[in-house]
Each structure stands twice: as structure tokens, then as C-alpha cells.
Ligand binder design. Structure first.
Ligand SMILES: *[C@@H]1O[C@H](CO)[C@@H](O)[C@H](O)[C@H]1NC(C)=O
Ligand SMILES: *[C@@H]1O[C@H](CO)[C@@H](O)[C@H](O)[C@H]1NC(C)=O
Ligand SMILES: *[C@@H]1O[C@H](CO)[C@@H](O)[C@H](O)[C@H]1NC(C)=O
Ligand SMILES: *[C@@H]1O[C@H](CO)[C@@H](O)[C@H](O)[C@H]1NC(C)=O
Ligand SMILES: *[C@@H]1O[C@H](CO)[C@@H](O)[C@H](O)[C@H]1NC(C)=O
Ligand SMILES: *[C@@H]1O[C@H](CO)[C@@H](O)[C@H](O)[C@H]1NC(C)=O
Ligand SMILES: *[C@@H]1O[C@H](CO)[C@@H](O)[C@H](O)[C@H]1NC(C)=O
Ligand SMILES: *[C@@H]1O[C@H](CO)[C@@H](O)[C@H](O)[C@H]1NC(C)=O
Ligand SMILES: *[C@@H]1O[C@H](CO)[C@@H](O)[C@H](O)[C@H]1NC(C)=O
Ligand SMILES: *[C@@H]1O[C@H](CO)[C@@H](O)[C@H](O)[C@H]1NC(C)=O
Length: 791
């Protein structure tokens, strides 16, 4: 089973510019760029630029690698137009750094970033990412959101809650684009599993179509579309359409989602780019709303090209109008001008080609031999500091019996488990692909998942290295056992004396291209916990996982602490060491619920037998509607998660004052959106009007400093909304750092959209009549206070 969540990725494509905050913010003086300009002005510049192009040059703007060779050697490349000083576009994955490159940082995965519940850190990571893309001369970054519990790419995204994901999308898009790099938000939409994400061909040539997510209009708006609206509002340059189908039509040819919803309803002014190989024909895709085909005209990729010459022919035959081609080209150029990528954008690092090809094809391949190996430009600056900080701040403390953590004067440690040392397979996990090895590699820590979101490591600080260094400095000793099967079998004869503390590091791999076989930690992890606990009454378990991992051993009396560290990036060892010894407090909170077992983890991955012959068989109705994760537990009395959404312990304790104060910031609250306020990227402008400010006081009642994460949940009335309204939804959170004894006010700003539901008849957002309950607390189950407002 998997929890359905939202599959959003933020891609970094290498374009540079930004939206509303027309100011270039970077950490480093030598990283300069232009100021952002308004969408209208950018669109006008784009129109004027496109008007000077020949038809075949226009085709070159909407088709990867179409035009006079040679091209920039990027994962996605647009040809230059030299007579107009246009140097083309270089696009690269991914959400955690410049993929398949050298001299770059490996940042925390999306799910780790979401677990911080800290907008500032989300923004900062975006800024650092943007700096690295820019310095590499990459114009566009591709990034993402997160889906079904077992979905292979959940770790790339921000988890199953649309509000938390939406805020994270906003912060990342804003941060990345502040450096003048374009973002591509993905995968639009309903791309919730990897299995059959693409069509397949049988021996007899029958094409079995890709999976179709059939999602009703209200669920689409309130759950899956919600964070994309934040991304569009934040100024995302591009949206990447998914491999999969939505309501039986391929996402990249689906005019309902691309044209009606994205471009008209959300007023998205940028371009829609296909996922690599997600285009399957010419006219339907161009007319459906796809603006750019990737990778396009690259024979070596083995992916057929449906734009390029074929689009040229279709335009000449009037099957696709010239106006549409003009619109596509203008959309592609608008973010380029908006982010001032026409001014001073760095040249692409000459090491890009060789690093990409050697990572993909290996040394000695004829294609890789086209390039000479040159040293890469090192763009890491001091980003490792930020990665270490975010990694520690995102760590979720799930269990801590009698103050086991932080560690104090202990000196005798066991370091157990296969997620401690450097990976024995090397510094990049792109291969092995998940299709071949769903559990990844056996020995080595797991700071990032696999596939196109993965990275080469220029540096990696393993937990083994960091903890051993720390313990040595404290004058203690460590005893190692890294083979999980040895641990599982309880072969502890080498361990003497019995350590004071057993630190057990376990992992679960996930990668693009395959869904997880189940939700357990891998490599005999469950047995390994039980054996360790039998030896060691002070067992601390640290998990490196892509999202939900089951913990059937959570109540084991000798498991004294549990830390969920997710995939925190290259400083994985330093971040956890900071937390274990209390240099940093574990202030992460779960961005999803951990169920007791797989049955409560949401709808299953659809997996049909190999012998399926019906071309349309892969189709799945999202019958659970919005009832995923905490909404599912709220709707099913008697079902309890093991650890709920929003949960996480601290090294201190917090209280919340009993009174939740609400201040309406508008005179009267109409049920309907004020349409005369117009429309802007993100949708009807009035949806983003602040309508109320809610405040509540939070006190640190423990004996050390720490960060509280007060949360605000909104319950719309059940009797004046259609069936399927969740019991409550997250609509606000703050992260407050509090000294011992200190009180601070948490403030939640509610926008009109936060109190609205999507009315499918009227096709509009509506605030329901009747009492709306606002509740605040420290998790989706730990609610401390509430109040009612009536509209
Ligand atoms: C690929 O690009 C080259 C150069 O512009 C062109 O000659 C060729 O016809 C293109 N192929 C397709 C399939 O568009
Ligand atoms: C291209 O750049 C050159 C050198 O900066 C400049 O002289 C020329 O006017 C530019 N051409 C266009 C069409 O902008
Ligand atoms: C989006 O993020 C930016 C940058 O941190 C922030 O200034 C802005 O208020 C955010 N917008 C919303 C709607 O959260
Ligand atoms: C998908 O189909 C459902 C059920 O018919 C409908 O409610 C929804 O509006 C459709 N969505 C799109 C984007 O076509
Ligand atoms: C926790 O502390 C209490 C009180 O000191 C003690 O009774 C209890 O046994 C301790 N629990 C564990 C698991 O050590
Ligand atoms: C788990 O460990 C036990 C004990 O070493 C071993 O017998 C078993 O094969 C292992 N299971 C797996 C799936 O590796
Ligand atoms: C916990 O540790 C104690 C003391 O070592 C041991 O007797 C007991 O069996 C252990 N419990 C479990 C569940 O392993
Ligand atoms: C497909 O294979 C399964 C066994 O794996 C069998 O039960 C089923 O009848 C087969 N279906 C068809 C359509 O051949
Ligand atoms: C709706 O918006 C328009 C334009 O901002 C404004 O003039 C008008 O007063 C608003 N109407 C209401 C009922 O708030
Ligand atoms: C909330 O805390 C602030 C700051 O400590 C304090 O000034 C204010 O009076 C408190 N408000 C309430 C309602 O307790």
C-alpha cells in the first residue's frame, strides 16, 4: 500500500530570473545577475524576440537540441540563435543539486526539507541550490513534490500534505529564482507511482498505455493542484508534465489540465516542458498545451522526437497553427527575460559534458570519448554548513525514553548497521537503477535516493566517520558491526564489553523508476533491531528512509530512542552527530503519518500481471478522494497511526496557552471570490487575500532551549460542504525558537483559499456558510486549543 500524496518535484532548469520580489539575492558578491522584471514586460520582450525568428528557429525553441550543432552538453538543451546573441538553454535535474556533475553539493531531499517545518531553511536551501546551478551555467533546475507511501520518488517531494508542500514549493521556487535560475515544477499531475508510469510494448507490438490517475475535480483542486498553484504564484518558470495519464489522456497532451486549468485558471505565463520521453505524438501534444519537447532531437537517447521536423511539417500543413507555435516559443522565452538570463548568465561549465556522459555511460564509451576530461568548476562554496544545519534541524525524534538523548557522559558505543559507512559502490547512486535492484546497495549510508534526482558526491561525511571522530575526541571507544545479517543473527561474540549505548543505523532505498516493494526498512532491519535490543538495553535506532517506514519494533522496551533522519544529503554524519550530542536540537516534525502497518498506509500501488493484454488496463480511480494520511485517520474512528503527521519530540517541552485569538482582517467575508480583483499567476487574485490572523502563545516549559512547531488546523462545516470534506486540514505552522521559560506568540495568516473548498458545479472556490473550527496544537493529534468563527 502507499499513501497517496502529491507528486511534486521542483526541477532546476537552468534559466535565471524571478517574479515578484524583483531583487537578486545571493550569498556571494561575485555571483551577480540582473534584477527581475515583471511578467508582462518579459512577455513583451519574448514576443519581440520571437518575431525575429525563422520558423525553424522557433521549432528550435520548443524542441530540445534542434538546430545547428554543437549543443551545450546538458541533460536538456535548446539550440542557440547566435545572430540574436541567444546562447540557448541548459537544463539539468534535480531537486537536491546539479545532477551528474562534479564539484557540487548534495543537498537534502525534499522530504527532509519538508520535515524542518521551517520556511527560512526551505528558502535558504533554494538559494544555495540556485547559486550552484547558476555558477555551473545551468539555466533551469527541475524539482519535485511527493506521493504514495511506496512511490519510488516520494523522497524528492515535500510529502502528502498540500499546504505544507505548497509553502515549501513557494520557498524553493522563490529561493532558486532569486539567483536568476529557472525552476521547473513537476510532475504535473497525479504522477503517484513509478510502476507503468510509461507505456510499454508487448512482443506482438501492442502498446499497453501508461497508468491513468482518474481524479475527481474537487480532489484535484484541493489536494493535487494546490501546491502547483503556490509554485505558479511564486513565479515558477516552467511546469513539467508527467509521464502518466490523467483521466485516460497523457498528461502532456491533456488540454483540460494544461490549458484550461494551468494556463487559464492558474494564469501560468511560463512554459510546459515534457518529462524526458513523455511526448507520444505531434499534433495532439502541441494542441493539448505542451510547449517544449525534451530531450527532443537526440538520436543517441533512443527517445523518438515528435516535435522538431514533425512539428515543422504539422505547422506547414496547418495542423498546428502558427499562432500556437508563436505562443509556445514566447512562453519559452518569457521566463528567460523575466530572470534576466539574457544578461551575464555564466557559461556552462566545460566539465558538464564529460561528467554527464561518464556518469551515464562509463569511461571508455565512444560517446563519452567525444569530450576531453577537464576539471569541473567547484561551486560548493560554504554550502556544506547549510546542509549540516538543515540536516540536523530536520531530524525527527520519535521516541526518547527518560531523556536517553542527548548523549552526555557515555564513552562506550556500539556502531551497528549498514547505513553507517561510506557506500562500497562509490560516490554516485544513479546506477544501479531501481528496476534492477529495488533495495539499492547493501553496505553504505543513504543520504539521497536513486534515479535522476540522485547525485555524484564530491564530498560525503558518513555517520561512521563523524561519530567515530566525536567519540574519540570524548575519550571513548566504538565497536563496529556493519553487516546487518550478522546483527540479525545475534552474532555478537566480537562485542566486549557490552556497550553503554548501541547506535543502530538502518535504511530503506527508493529510486525513480520503481516503487518500493513494501514499507519496511531493508536489509533484515527488523531482525537487526530485535537482536540489538536483546543485547543492548539502550538501543538507539536511526533511520535513513524516503518517507514512511514501518517500525514494528517501536515499542520494544530496549529501544530507548528513535530518530528519523530521512535523506539529509552529504553532511549526513555531521548532522546526526550534532543531534545525538545535543549541539543541535532535533526540531523536525513528521511531514506524513507513520501507520502501524501497511493496511493504513493508503491506497496500494497498482501492479497488474505481466500478461495484461488490454491496452487501457492500467487505470486507477482515486476513490479515497482527499482521505489520505491524517485525513484518513481522522475520517476512520478507531484507526490510530503509530506516529502522526506533525509529530516530533524535542529535548525540551512546550505548553500552549488556552486562548486562540482570531482577528478578521477584512470587513466582511463574502462566500465568493471578488472577481473584479482580477487574475494573476496563481489564480484569482482574491484567493490570496489575507482574511484572518490567528495567534496563540507558546511557552518553553522544559529546562533547555528548543524549537516548537505550533500548527493550525481548519475544520470546515460538514453540513454546508459536499461529502468528502476532511475533518480538518493543516492551514498554518510556525517554527519558534524558545529559550528555557520563554513565551512567544505563534502567528498564522489565513488566506481566502485557506478557508475555501472547490465547488465543482460553480467551478470556483467558495467559503462555506456556518461555523469553521480553528484548532491549534503540536501535531495533527495533539490539539491543545480551538475556537470557532462563523461566516
Ligand atoms: C534534428 O536536427 C537536425 C538539425 O537541425 C535536423 O537536420 C534533423 O532533421 C532533425 N531531426 C528531427 C527528427 O527533427
Ligand atoms: C550581440 O552582442 C554584441 C556584442 O555584445 C553586440 O554588439 C550586438 O549588438 C548584439 N546583437 C544583438 C542583436 O543584440
Ligand atoms: C513565498 O516565499 C517568499 C520568500 O520567503 C515569501 O516572502 C512569501 O511571503 C511567500 N509567499 C507565500 C504566499 O507564502
Ligand atoms: C476527471 O474525471 C473526473 C470524473 O469524471 C472529473 O470529475 C474531473 O473533472 C476530470 N478532470 C479532468 C482534469 O479532466
Ligand atoms: C524511566 O524512569 C523511571 C523513573 O526513574 C523508571 O521507573 C523507569 O523504569 C525508566 N524507564 C526505563 C525504560 O528506563
Ligand atoms: C537475515 O539474517 C538472517 C540471519 O543472519 C539470515 O539467515 C537471513 O537470510 C537474512 N535475511 C535476509 C533477507 O537477508
Ligand atoms: C531488554 O534488555 C534486558 C536486559 O538486557 C533483557 O533481559 C531483555 O530481554 C531485553 N528485552 C528485549 C525485548 O529484548
Ligand atoms: C495471467 O497470469 C496469471 C498467473 O500469473 C493467470 O492467473 C491469468 O489467468 C493470466 N491472464 C491472462 C489474461 O492470460
Ligand atoms: C472587489 O474588488 C474591487 C477591485 O479591487 C473593489 O473595487 C471592490 O470594492 C471589491 N468588492 C468587494 C465587495 O469587496
Ligand atoms: C503572549 O505572549 C506575549 C509575549 O510574551 C505577551 O506580550 C502577551 O501578553 C501574551 N498574550 C496572551 C494572550 O497571553
Amino acid at each position: 500500500m502507499h499513501v497517496r500524496s502529491l507528486y511534486w518535484l521542483l526541477i532546476c532548469l537552468s534559466t535565471l530570473h524571478f517574479v515578484s520580489s524583483c531583487k537578486l539575492i545571493t550569498q556571494h558578491d561575485w555571483l551577480t545577475g540582473g534584477k527581475c522584471i515583471a511578467w508582462d514586460e518579459a512577455s513583451e520582450k519574448a514576443r519581440s524576440f520571437v518575431s525575429q525568428l525563422t520558423i525553424s528557429e522557433k521549432i528550435g525553441l520548443v524542441t530540445g537540441s534542434y538546430g545547428p550543432a554543437p549543443f551545450l552538453p546538458c541533460v536538456g538543451t535548446l539550440a542557440p540563435v547566435e545572430r540574436l546573441n541567444y546562447t540557448g538553454l541548459c537544463m539539468s535535474d534535480g531537486p537536491n543539486g546539479v545532477n551528474r556533475a562534479d564539484g557540487v553539493s548534495v543537498f537534502a531531499s525534499g522530504i527532509t526539507v519538508a520535515a524542518t517545518w521551517d520556511r527560512r531553511l526551505m528558502y535558504e536551501q533554494g538559494l544555495f541550490l540556485g547559486e550552484e546551478f547558476r555558477m555551473k551555467g545551468v539555466h533551469t533546475q527541475s524539482g519535485s513534490m511527493g506521493p504514495h507511501a511506496r512511490g519510488g520518488r516520494n523522497w524528492e517531494g515535500f510529502g502528502p500534505d498540500p499546504y505544507l508542500s505548497g509553502l515549501a514549493m513557494n520557498e524553493s521556487v522563490t529561493g532558486i529564482e532569486a539567483t536568476g535560475v529557472q525552476t521547473s515544477s513537476k510532475h504535473y499531475i497525479g504522477n503517484e507511482q513509478e510502476t507503468q508510469r510509461n507505456p510499454s510494448t508487448k512482443d506482438d507490438e501492442t502498446v499497453i498505455e501508461a497508468i491513468s490517475a482518474n481524479i475527481d475535480d474537487r480532489t484535484l483542486h484541493e489536494l493535487y493542484l494546490w501546491p502547483f498553484a503556490n509554485a505558479v504564484r511564486a513565479g515558477t518558470a516552467s511546469v513539467m508534465c508527467a509521464y502518466s495519464r490523467l483521466n485516460q489522456t497523457y498528461s502532456c497532451a491533456n488540454s483540460e489540465i494544461l490549458t484550461t486549468i494551468l494556463k487559464d485558471e492558474l494564469a501560468f505565463p511560463g512554459y510546459v516542458v515534457s518529462d524526458w520521453g513523455a511526448t507520444h505524438s505531434t499534433v495532439d501534444f502541441a494542441e493539448g498545451g505542451l510547449d517544449m519537447e525534451m530531450p527532443g532531437n537526440v538520436t543517441a537517447s533512443g527517445i523518438p522526437c515528435y516535435f522538431g521536423d514533425k512539428l515543422l511539417e504539422a505547422v506547414q500543413a496547418n495542423k498546428v497553427s502558427e499562432e500556437r507555435l508563436e505562443d509556445m516559443a514566447r512562453r519559452v522565452m518569457t521566463p528567460y527575460f523575466r530572470l534576466n538570463q539574457d544578461k551575464d548568465f555564466p557559461m556552462t561549465d566545460p566539465a558538464t559534458g564529460p561528467t554527464l556522459l561518464i556518469t551515464q555511460l562509463g569511461h571508455g564509451s565512444p560517446v563519452a570519448g567525444m569530450y576531453t576530461e577537464v576539471p569541473a568548476i567547484d561551486v560548493r562554496a560554504d554550502h556544506a554548513r547549510g546542509i549540516r544545519k538543515l540536516g540536523a534541524a530536520s531530524t525527527v525524534l520519535l521516541k526518547n525514553v527518560n531523556g536517553t538523548l542527548p548523549l552526555t557522559s557515555e564513552t562506550s558505543f556500539a556502531l551497528f548497521g549498514n547505513s553507517l559507512p561510506d557506500p562500497t559502490i562509490g560516490s554516485a547512486f544513479v546506477p544501479p537503477r531501481a528496476e534492477d535492484v529495488p533495495e539499492g546497495y547493501e553496505t553504505g549510508t543513504l543520504d539521497i535516493g536513486g534515479g535522476s534526482g540522485s547525485m555524484r558526491h564530491t564530498n560525503l561525511v558518513s555517520p561512521l566517520e563523524a561519530i567515530r571522530t566525536k567519540v574519540k575526541a570524548l575519550g571513548g571507544r566504538v565497536q563496529l558491526l556493519l553487516d546487518n545479517n550478522e546483527i540479525a543473527a545475534g552474532r555478537f561474540s566480537t562485542i566486549y564489553p557490552t556497550p553503554q549505548v548501541c547506535l543502530l543505523f538502518l535504511k530503506a532505498y527508493a529510486s525513480e523508476g520503481a516503487d518500493r516493494p513494501d514499507l519496511n526498512l531493508q536489509w533484515n532491519a527488523t531482525m537487526a533491531v530485535e537482536s540489538t535490543a536483546a543485547l543492548c538495553p539502550n538501543t538507539i535506532v536511526v533511520t535513513h528512509g524516503p518517507g514512511v517506514v514501518l517500525m514494528p519494533w517501536a515499542d520494544n522496551e530496549n529501544v530507548t530512542a528513535i530518530l528519523a533522519a530521512h535523506y539529509p544529503g552529504e553532511e549526513i554524519g555531521n548532522s546526526i552527530t550534532d543531534v545525538l550530542w545535543g549541539i543541535v536540537e532535533p526540531s523536525g516534525r513528521l511531514p506524513y503519518s507513520i501507520p502501524k502497518d501497511e493496511a493504513d498506509a493508503g491506497p496500494p500501488i497498482l501492479a497488474l500481471p505481466e500478461n495484461t493484454t488490454d491496452p487501457g488496463a492500467w487505470t486507477e480511480d482515486f476513490v479515497e478522494g482527499q482521505m489520505i494520511d491524517y485525513r484518513y485517520f481522522d475520517a476512520n474512528q478507531g484507526k490510530e497511526p503509530l506516529y502522526e503527521f506533525g509529530y516530533g519530540l524535542s529535548y525540551t517541552e512546550f505548553d500552549m496557552a488556552p486562548s486562540l485569538n482570531v482577528q478578521l482582517t477584512v470587513g466582511s467575508l463574502d462566500q465568493h471570490v471578488n472577481k473584479s480583483m482580477g487574475i494573476a499567476p496563481g489564480g484569482m487574485a482574491d484567493l490570496w487575500t489575507s482574511v484572518a490572523v490567528v495567534t496563540v502563545n507558546v511557552t518553553n516549559s522544559g529546562d533547555r532551549a528548543g524549537s516548537a512547531v505550533p500548527q493550525l488546523y481548519v475544520s470546515l462545516p460538514q453540513d454546508t460542504t459536499p461529502p468528502g470534506t476532511p475533518v480538518k486540514v493543516l492551514r498554518g505552522f510556525n517554527k519558534l525558537y524558545l529559550h528555557k521559560g520563554e513565551t512567544k506568540q505563534a502567528m498564522f495568516e489565513l488566506l481566502r483559499r485557506d478557508l475555501s473548498y472547490w465547488d465543482v458545479q460553480g467551478k470556483e472556490w467558495v467559503i462555506p456558510r456556518g461555523p469553521i473550527t480553528l484548532s491549534s496544537g503540536f501535531s495533527s493529534k495533539d490539539l491543545r486549543t480551538n475556537t470557532i468563527i462563523a461566516i
